[in-house]
Design a binder for this molecule. Structure first.
Ligand code: G16
Length: 744
């Protein structure tokens, strides 16, 4: 790799601007904008290397300081999947930025060696910026860095942070996991990897989701008008563009969105925006005080959203990230229950979550809650443990993640597929047929009978333990037998056989269900013949009924019914008498009817889940997408703001910040709920907390500003204000506070 241009640029354009050590924090690098051009240049270099290390996939570089004052700026890098930069590269970024000018080339060489980077791979970095006055010049510095390494930079100019995440994700997902990326691939941007593609995806899914409401009941209290505080930033501009794409027919009532703090007059984040509303618990300037009308505030780069409204007495009520999380969780848990699907839902919060919200989600909604450290990367990571992982920070930063398994199941349900192939082979080796993503592995025994070896299925509900038995027992259609031709090699079979097993084990036949995996799709074979599982079930039920005129409905092979479903049925029906007592005289018809009746509600729930998964931005928290999702949920549930607000009552809380000479002297543990340094601080916090009923408090160093944050909660506002003051004073005294002591 040729570094001569880098050397020259450092010397003549981007000398290091500080001796202070910087670190790539929760939101990349951030600080006063007048001393950041050299950081940007180095991040351009890093973006180019990261792209090369990812086989030339596009990397994002977003220039923003989000909620910080207008004089600050910053940069966050985005990985090829559209998510935050991988944690191991954060340290690399920190090392590169802290290197002296003369050491930069060596650090770059080390990165190339450490990650085994092929310098010849063409690289590309997608650059975008928020509306800060300093963003133009800093964007040019990033692009200079990218180009100094011979890579290309594509400038998207003004975007919200989540829009860039989305575009990077879409651009790269067209290549799947293919290794064959080259310059040609990069220069062919995916059609929808664009701002326009973003609007199209969100608006289409949103309007389609609203259409699923059906006739509103008399009880519908949805408020159509919403006022959006754009924090005088990029969110205002992009909300206006999105609003322009929201069109529907007479069958759907779209929200009327009005935007204020749109940047035409006010200053970015000054007295407005999500951070201001959350921390001061006050309305932003410019909010129209119309009783009962709903408002939403975005932050400076539109990745956070906070709702609020005024009641008839013009009193202010805030609905923060926790309330959004509670609303969305109740929506998703209801839909999952209605769909009858086996999808695991979880909610992720941080220590900032109001205790009342955790209590509501865990004890009323019965959804498990996990607590992790502040910073979207931690929440995002944890959310991947679930099929539907809902994460929101109290500050309004959050989204919902659908696992590949969940998306697959939903897609399968919607396309009406619950099918697997049943095919026999020629008696040698293992054979495999596939319809969509269900795979059956089988072999033939000496007599030519089918022995099902295992089923690789998208989910345990799609292909249940009893299915294997059903397939074994199924009289295989001669036609299907004859049509079989593709054969898998034993080696291919073994690759698949190594896939991790689901917990569900079929004891009788020692068959193991396995997760559908990307690799398996490689073996997709042309199939025209298959036997849907429902048909298998009915056929077997028929067989069973013909044989002894009764059916065991507890989920054994002959019933063709999933165990949990069977248990449900058993409560309603006397299994042994079913054919005679339900009036149909035919169990197969009874089963068909039962399935049909259940299906409409289930299908509607599945459709809603699928569309909701498209309304949201699954790469990162997104104020625009979150606004659409919240509006859709309120619309479908027919809820007014006050009804949403009444889900639970927030415990009074207070957020303060304390200026200290070095915020890193404060260290935390237990997802930031306990303070491990400086010594004595946690004891002081404990002592203060003990004095107040329902008291809770913690402190943590900010990742984006030079301060230590204090959070407190208690039974009354008066008590919580006192508690927060006491804790802030302890921080000031024990952690090197500067300036005026809190409360003095
Ligand atoms: C950034 C992160 C958020 C995090 C916030 C915390 O927000 O993206 O996940 O909650 O920082 O800030 P601090 O560490 O200062 O408390 P943003 O919106 O500023 O990018």
């Amino acid at each position: 790799m040729n570094f001569s241009k880098v050397k020259e640029k450092i010397k003549n354009g981007y000398p290091k601007g500080t001796d202070r050590s910087l670190s790539y924090g929760t939101a990349g690098f951030r600080g006063p904008a007048n001393n950041l051009d050299w950081v940007m240049f180095r991040m351009g270099l890093l973006g180019a290397l990261r792209s090369k290390s990812q086989k030339g996939r596009a990397i994002g570089a977003m220039i923003t300081a989000s909620h910080n004052p207008v004089g600050d700026n910053g940069i966050k890098l985005i990985d090829p999947n559209g998510e935050m930069l991988e944690a191991s590269w954060e340290g690399v970024a920190t090392d590169l930025v802290n290197a002296g000018d003369v050491d930069v080339i060596n650090v770059l060489k080390n990165i190339v060696a450490r990650f085994n980077i092929d310098a010849s791979i063409p690289a590309i970095v997608y650059v975008a910026q928020d509306t800060r006055p300093s963003s133009d010049i800093l964007s040019a510095a990033v692009r200079d860095g990218v180009e100094a390494l011979g890579a290309s930079a594509k400038d998207f100019h003004l975007l919200t942070t989540p829009q860039l995440h989305h575009i990077v994700n879409v651009q790269n997902s067209q290549f799947g996991s293919s290794d064959e990326l080259d310059a040609l691939a990069q220069s062919s941007p995916a059609q929808d990897a664009s701002e326009e593609g973003y609007y199209a995806k969100l608006s289409e899914a949103f309007v389609s989701l609203l259409r699923l409401r059906g006739e509103p009941s008399a009880e519908n209290h949805y408020e159509t008008d919403i006022y959006v505080d754009g924090s005088n930033g990029i969110g205002a501009m992009k909300m206006a563009s999105l609003r322009g794409r929201l069109t529907g027919g007479a069958d759907v009532k779209l929200p009327t969105i009005r935007i204020f703090n749109d940047g035409k007059a006010g200053v970015l984040n000054e007295g407005c925006g999500a951070d201001f509303v959350k921390t001061t618990q006050k309305a932003p300037k410019g909010a129209p005080y119309n009783g009962g009308i709903k408002h939403a505030s975005f932050d400076g780069d539109a990745d956070r959203i906070i709702y609020f409204y005024f009641d008839e007495a013009h009193a202010f009520h805030m609905l923060d990230g926790d309330k959004i999380s509670a609303l969305i969780s109740s929506f998703f848990i209801d839909l999952v229950r209605e769909s009858g699907l086996d999808l695991k839902i979880g909610v992720i919060q941080t220590a900032y979550a109001n205790g009342a919200s955790t209590n509501y989600i865990e004890n009323v909604l019965k959804v498990p809650v996990a607590c992790v450290s502040t910073g979207v990367k931690y929440l995002h990571h944890k959310a991947k443990d679930y099929d539907i992982g809902i994460y929101f920070e109290a500050n309004g930063h959050g989204t919902v993640l659908f696992s590949p398994r969940a998306e697959h199941i939903l897609q399968e349900r919607i396309s009406g597929a619950c099918g697997v192939d049943v095919v026999t082979g020629n008696g040698h080796g293992h054979h495999h047929r596939k319809r969509r993503d269900s795979h059956v592995f089988f072999k033939t025994d000496g007599d030519g009978a089918v022995v099902v070896e295992e089923i690789l299925a998208p989910s345990s509900t799609e292909c249940r333990p009893s299915d294997a038995e059903q397939l074994q027992a199924l009289p295989v259609d001669d036609e299907v037998l004859k049509s079989e031709e593709p054969v898998m090699s034993t080696e291919e079979y073994e690759v698949l056989a190594d896939l991790p097993a689901l917990p569900a084990v079929i004891p009788k036949d020692e068959l193991v269900l396995k997760h559908e995996r990307e690799e398996a799709q490689e073996f997709a074979l042309d199939t025209s013949k298959f036997v849907p599982l429902d048909e298998v079930a009915l056929k077997l039920a028929d067989n069973a009924i013909n044989k002894d005129n009764k059916i065991d409905i507890t989920g054994d092979a002959s019933s063709g019914v999933a165990k949990d479903e069977a248990v449900k049925w058993e409560k309603d029906l006397d299994a042994n008498k079913i054919a005679g007592t339900d009036g149909t005289g035919d169990l197969a018809t009874a089963i068909t009817n039962k399935k049909k009746n259940g299906t409409e509600a289930e299908r509607l729930a599945v459709e809603k889940l699928l569309l909701a998964s498209k309304v949201i931005n699954q790469t990162v928290g997104d104020a625009l997408a979150d606004l659409l999702l919240v509006e859709a949920v309120l619309y479908l549930k027919g809820l007014a703001m006050r009804e949403w607000d009444a889900l639970y009552q927030d415990l009074p809380n207070r957020l303060l910040k304390v200026k200290v000479s070095d915020r890193n002297v404060v260290q935390t543990t237990d997802a930031e709920r306990k303070c491990s340094a400086p010594s004595g601080l946690q004891a002081a916090i404990d002592q203060a907390v003990r004095k107040y009923h329902s008291g809770r408090a913690f402190v943590r160093p900010s990742g984006t500003e030079d301060v230590v944050r204090v959070y407190a909660e208690a039974d009354t506002q008066e008590d919580v204000d006192k508690l927060a003051q006491e804790v802030a004073l302890a921080v000031f005294q024990l952690a090197g506070g500067v300036g005026q002591a809190p409360g003095r």
